[in-house]
Structures are given as C-alpha cells and as structure tokens.
Write a protein that binds this ligand. Structure first.
Ligand SMILES: [Fe+2]
Ligand SMILES: [Zn+2]
Ligand SMILES: [Zn+2]
Length: 397
C-alpha cells in the first residue's frame, strides 16, 4: 500500500508533483509518466512493445488534467499521440518508483559493494551446492566478499566446468573453454622454481573481460613449498585511493591504460588490444568497473600532458593494492575450488618450489551477468530480501 498523496502541477504544467503523506515528494516529468503508462493498451501481455512510437508525441506535452481515483493516478495531456488516451498508473507503482533524493540515495546505498574482512575466508562445502539454499548462500558470499572457496569438490577432469554450469554459462576465451595451470616434475631438473604472479585480473584486453573465474585444485601436494593464493578487493583499493587522493582517483577514471596481448606463434594466433580506464564511475559517481593487469599493458597512448598524472595515480593505486591488511592469503587444499569475481578481485600467486610434488589447477570462466541472474532468481524462489548487487559489470545495481 502506498501512503496517501496529493497532486500538484508545476507552473509549466510539464510535471506532476506528488506530495506523499509521509513527506516524500516525487516530481515526475510528463514524458516519464506518459511513457510508463500502465493501462491495458500501453502494457500488453508481452514486454517490450508500445502501441505507438515514442517519437509520435509532441515535444511540448502539457498536463491538462491529473487526479487520483481509487488509488490510480489518471492524467490527460495535450500532444497525446493516441486518441482519447488517459494515462493511468497505480499509486503503488509511482511510490515504488519514487525518485526523490531519499529514495535514490537509499537505492544506490543498498546496492553498494560491502567490503569483506580478509581475516575471514568465505567458504562453502561442495555438498551444500545440491540445494537451492546452499547455492544461494555460496553466491551471497561471492557477491558480498567477491569470492568463495568451495571445499572438497571431487577431483575429476573438467568438474570445474560442471560447477561453473551450476551458476552460469561457460565463457570461452582465447584459452578455450577451460585451462590448466600445471607443474609436472621434471626428473632432470629436480629443483624447480615457479615464479610468483603479481596481482591482476584476467584478460582485460577484452572489451568485456570474463566476469567470474573458477579454479579447481586437482593436485597440490604437501611437498610443495609456497604457491599460496592471494586475493584483493579492487573496489576497496579504489575506495581508499579516492579518500587518500581524489586527484589520483580522478586521473585513473579519466586517463586510459592500454591492455594488449600479442602472440602470433601460438596454435591459434592472438592479437588483442583494448584501451580503457583503470576505474570507471557511473552517473552517480560511484565505482562500477575496474581493470588491472600490469602484465598485459601495452605502451601508454595518451596526450603527453596527462602522462605524469597517470603514472602518479597508477603507482598510488598499486601501493594500496599491496597493503598486507587488504590481502586474503591462503593455501588451496586438493579439491578446493575458488569461485571469484574477476571484475572485482585481483588475484595473485606466491612463488613455489617443488622437487617431486604436483600442483595442478583446472580453471574456467563464466559470465558475471548470468551468475547474478542465478543469484537473484534463487533469492526470489527462496523468499530472501536481497538487493541487486553492484558487482563490477558497469551497472550501479
Ligand atoms: Fe590469472
Ligand atoms: Zn496507456
Ligand atoms: Zn521518495
């Protein structure tokens, strides 16, 4: 039920002001009201259709009559494109879609990323994924904290893809539908060292880099020293950067980096390039997307007067990223599967040394929007009160 309300028109008769009893004031332009008419003609049973083209209305629509009848807003206008049409909208709809500052701010605030605590590793059991509740709880951790470690996933070839399919559609890339991160002992070179990998997101040289990565520990022998996994929430890094230096934050929102990979010798030759800013903000000024991967950066290509500001901001971001208090640090156990948001988290690996042991991770990607849809559908089916989460897909919700 919407609160009671009284209507008012602005002087130009181009907008309706709804004064709700509880103090909210919704001001709607006539075009918004007309285009969102909820009458049977304007809202057919299937979506996406409107009985007349939106450019068939006058540029100068005026409200000639507006009233509330039995909880329904009724409006007549000049410049109407449909003969005799009366715009009708339930007051409950108008209230749900109130765009006063209080409503807008609370909607944005509820969607905002909530930062996890690096001392607490979010985890779920593989068995729990057989129920909707279990899947929902796992995804909730991924959206709240940026990732979840799924324990005891049977170590069968390509099981990582089966787990991926539980949450979304598999995203193929230049690395195919899945990939192996593997060390096989070489009897002629027993003291093998595998270097650490610095913090990065995967494949930012795509226009839309993979949204979600899954990594399954098929083997991780105890004899291996090092090789711990590291994760950092880049949204948190950006948040700190903005507080410490609004100038540096603005520079990374404005001056684009260059991401590229070029390997013409591989079986499927590859040549990818994409230029974009490291941080993107939305209409409301909040961070909605981050791109970070020092390992695949090409030559910076911006106006010379922007170079100094870019590098100053870049290094500041990197220094925050390396702060130990921001780091999730853990060693995967055989059977562990990390499911993480590649648009939000940077991942890294510590150097490792092995003489005999095996370390083999199998990975794949799934689409972020599909995983988010799975989460919202599960929430709906289970009656959970969740807000569509901000997750790095360039949308504020
Ligand atoms: Fe990676
Ligand atoms: Zn209508
Ligand atoms: Zn409101």
């Amino acid at each position: 039920m919407a609160p009671n309300a009284e209507l008012e028109l602005n002087n130009e008769r181009s907008a309706v002001i709804i004064n709700w009893d509880d103090g909210h004031v919704s001001k709607s332009h006539v075009t918004r009201l007309r285009f969102h008419c909820r009458c049977k003609t304007c809202v057919p049973s299937f979506s996406g259709m409107m009985p007349v083209d939106k450019d068939a209305f006058s540029d100068d629509m005026k409200i000639t009559k507006a009233e509330i009848i039995d909880g329904i807003f009724n409006m007549e206008i000049s410049g109407e494109a449909m003969d005799g049409h009366v715009t009708t909208i339930p007051m409950t709809w108008l209230r749900e879609n109130c765009r006063c500052n209080t409503c807008i701010d609370s909607a944005i605030g509820r969607s905002n990323v909530k930062f996890g605590n690096p001392k607490n590793l979010p985890s779920a059991s593989y068995e729990s994924l057989t129920t909707k509740e279990g899947k929902f709880e796992c995804l909730k951790k991924v959206f709240d904290d940026g990732f979840c470690v799924i324990k005891n996933v049977p170590r069968e070839h390509l099981n990582v893809i089966e787990v991926g399919k539980m949450f979304g559609y598999i995203r193929s890339t230049l690395y195919d539908t899945h990939f192996d991160v593997k060390y096989e002992p070489d009897p002629y070179n027993s003291a093998y060292t595998s270097l650490g990998l610095p913090y990065h997101q995967d494949l930012p040289y795509y226009e839309a880099m993979p949204g979600v990565q899954l990594l399954h520990a098929m083997a991780f022998d105890e004899s291996i020293q090092g090789g711990e996994s590291q994760l950092v929430d880049l949204f948190r890094v950006a948040d700190i950067l903005r507080k410490e230096s609004p100038e540096n934050f603005e520079a990374l929102c404005r001056i684009p980096g260059t991401f590229q990979t070029k390997d013409l010798a591989r079986p499927q030759p590859a040549w990818y390039q994409n230029s974009k800013t490291h941080i993107e903000v939305d209409y409301f000024g909040n961070v909605v997307s981050i791109h970070w991967n020092p390992g695949v950066e090409g030559a910076l290509c911006v106006r010379q007067e922007d170079e100094a500001a870019y590098y100053m901001a870049y290094v500041h971001f990197l220094r925050i990223l390396k702060r130990p208090e921001l780091e999730y640090l853990f060693r995967m156990q055989p059977g562990d599967l990390i499911l993480f948001n590649n648009r939000r988290m940077a991942h890294a690996r510590m150097e490792y040394k092995t003489s005999e042991g095996r370390r083999h991770l199998q990975g794949c990607y799934i689409n972020l929007d599909d995983m988010k849809s799975t989460y919202m559908v599960l929430a709906h089916q289970l009656g959970k009160d969740v807000v569509s989460p901000k997750c790095g897909n360039r949308s504020w919700y």
